[in-house]
Design a protein around this ligand. Structure first.
Ligand SMILES: [Zn+2]
Length: 106
């Protein structure tokens, strides 16, 4: 559950990996289209590379690189289980190929 930025009611959020559900997420109270806020802990990811390069130099840096890695993973998991939503401002991208799974018998 995440508060809707438009009407501040709780919106049931799909799980983090269900990207299709996120794409069509609409607030059930005010019909505002919503999207997931980018996870802030993702910015920590690229920092891991220099940390592990430095880790070869000394024991202390090695330990701190591992601690940093676990903290990053923990924050990512924490944020993905409690995603925040914001109003979707961009229009939905038009699908280039339309799948007609149900067939013409609609
Ligand atoms: Zn709402």
């Amino acid at each position: 559950m995440a508060p809707c930025p438009a009407c501040s009611h709780d919106v049931p959020t799909p799980i983090f990996l269900n990207l299709d559900a996120w794409r069509h997420l609409v607030c059930p109270h005010c019909k505002a289209r919503l999207e997931m806020k980018p996870l802030r802990s993702f910015v920590l990811g690229p920092l891991m590379v220099p940390m592990f390069l430095l880790a070869r130099r000394s024991r202390v840096l090695e330990v701190s690189a591992f601690v940093f890695m676990f903290v990053t993973i923990f924050l990512l998991l924490l944020e993905s289980f409690h995603p925040k939503v914001r109003l979707r401002t961009k229009p939905l991208p038009k699908p280039t190929i339309r799948l007609d799974i149900d067939g013409p018998s609609k």
